[in-house]
Structure formats: C-alpha cells, structure tokens
Design a binder for this molecule. Sequence first.
Ligand SMILES: *Cc1c(COP(=O)(O)O)cnc(C)c1O
Length: 396
Amino acid sequence: MKINSNYHNVEEGYLFSTIAKKVNEFKAAHPDKEIIRLGIGDVTLPLPKIVVKVLVKASEEMGDAKTFKGYGEEQGYAFLRDKISDYYKTKGVTLSSDEIFVSDGAKSDLGNILDIFSVDNTVLMSDIVYPVYLDTNVMAGRKVKFFEGNAQNNFLPLPDESVDADIIYICSPCNPTGAVYDKAGLKAWVDYANKKGAIILFDSAYEAFIQDKTLPTSIYEIEGAKTCAIEICSLSKTAGFTGTRCGYTVVPMDLVFENTSLNKMWLRRQTTKFNGVSYVIQRGAEAVFTDEGYKQTRENISYYLGNAKVMMDTLGELGIWYVGGKNSPYIWLKCPGNMNSWDFFDLLLSYGVVGTPGVGFGVHGDGYFRLTAFGNRENVVKAMAIFKQVVKDLKA
Ligand SMILES: *Cc1c(COP(=O)(O)O)cnc(C)c1O
C-alpha cells in the first residue's frame, strides 16, 4: 500500500495553533486580565428565528409517516434551487435550477470540484489566501502559481497576460483582506480566463455583506462569466449556518471544455460520491430566501458591519492604512509603526486584544493584520479604545 505522498507537501497550519498557544500563555501569566478576541472567523449571532421555526416543523415532518422523506432529489430539492434561482434574478442573473447544486457548504465543494479537473492543470491564486485553495491542490499534486496582493493594488491584483494558468481562484469579498473587486476588476479576470481557456473558481461566501450597489455580488453579473466560471456560495456567513451546514455551487450549462459539459461531469461526480443535504436543513435554507428570512439575515449582517464601522472609524482617526470593512466582515490593516505581523500581535495581546497576523495567510501578508467583525459590539468598542492606547504608547 502506498499513501498519497503529496500530503507530505501540505504545510502544517501553525497560525491558529500558535495564536491559541500565545493567548493561553498570556492568560496563565495574567489570570485577571480580560481578553477581547477580534480574530473570530466564525459567526456569533444565532440562526434567524424564521429558520429555527422551519427547522422544527421540517423535523416533525420527518417523524410522521405521511410526510417522511428518504433520499432527496439529486442536486438538492427543487423548492430550494428555485428560490436560489429567484435570488440570482434579483442580481440580474438568469440561471436555470439545473445549473444549481445544493451542498453541505463551500469548503467541501471547493475541495470536491477538483475531482473533475486533470492533475496536470496549473493553478493560479493570490499569495494571501484562504488556505483551502492551496492545500486541496497540494494534496492532489497540482502545480500552483501565485499573484501578489499588495498595498499598491489595494489587495485586488489583476491578471498578468504573460502568465499561463488553467484554474484560477478568486474570493470577493476576500477572506482575509476584506477587499472586493469592482466590475472592471472581475471583467479583467473573466476576459483573461476566456482568452486562456481557463476556469475561474469564484468564492462568493461573503456576497451578502456587499452594501455598495455598484459592486458585483456574483461573477455572473460580468459578461462572459458563464463560459469560464464556477461560483461557490455558502449560507455560513450569510445566515449563520457555520454549524448548520448548507451551501450551493453554480455550474453553468455554457461551461464546455474538450467538448464536455462541466455541469454533466459535476452531476456525475455528485451523484456518485454525495447523497445530498438533509431535508430538514434544505427547508431551513429555503427560509433564508423568503422575504422574512432575507430581512432577518440582513439584520445580523448589519450588526456585524456596524462592528466593522467602529473599527474603521478608529483606524481612520489614527491614520492607519486598511482595506475591507465596508462590504465585508474583515479589515486588513497595515501594522502601526512598521511593525511586522507577529510583533504587533504580541504587543496588542499584551494589552489584552487578540487579532490575526497577516503573515499567517502568506509571506506578502507580513506587516499586515486582520481584524474580524464577528464579535459583540461592546467588546469591539472596548477593544478599539485599547487599540488607540496601544498606538499612542507606541508613538511615545
Ligand atoms: C467561511 C468561508 C467559506 C464557507 O465555508 P463553509 O464550508 O460553507 O462553512 C468559504 N470560503 C471562505 C473564503 C470562507 O471564509
């Protein structure tokens, strides 16, 4: 028996374990000091009330012989896919419900979609990146190239025609930077992909956070995207489903490579290796797309964005460079005093505030720091007062 030796090439994820270790050491040395976490990468508000109500009702249906459900429809129940298709209509995007596949979340689909692509493809992604994109390709043994996000391009790098690639990852709004591509930026990527005969894997997990009406919330708002892009979405951040698990992936019928429909390939892959999301959860997901569900989920998102506003106001006052925050739960800031990411982490921790060092997401993230808006308001306000003190002491 031979193992998949590519697993030896996957880097250990030291970031969050190192943070946890440092925080625990600080706690042990200062047992009475309050610690505020601005590094939470998970939602904290509970599920919308309407979702809970529907989950209870659907569970009861499963306990009654007259309404019990066994295996569900292949791509997800039509009642949910139709609602998702209607949601796309509000963005001016027309999708048939057989272009939509319901899943148990974006992370699984991001990993699984690679099943339908050859290992010989070259992959292109930002060097400051959600680690899943890189690790899933390293596990499969694909060659990976990087493009560089930096302050000059506001962490929204554009394609370089001289670089060839087959599979391109784009995340907008981005985790970890919070940066969001405008239509011209995404158009540049779509044109590049169509020209190279490449596919874009567009991670749209934070689309619901976009407030600026001029910014695209789906790659299919861009002309030409249906021949080069797969869009991967999730209710995790939209509706607090991180522990409930439901997402959806769009594979347009127009995606044809080597005379083969990617939609048909993905259907074949999913029907072979996946038996769907539970009926109860799909009913809960359906509730997210009702008028009341939309209202309740957007209230939660507004709360998080209100936290981000408190952070942005503080950074603005202090004259600290940052991106994100307005249309995303993440803020990516330049460490004050030209500090490197870990030194700033240690300094902030010594005052009792925890964030995430930018270098943990890639080498070009050094000198940057990520704050997340998923905490509670009172703590965010307290943490920002402390942040001001840190910067003041640093200057003194
Ligand atoms: C949180 C997150 C997801 C969502 O993953 P799920 O598996 O649906 O919970 C996807 N992409 C990015 C970049 C994320 O931060």
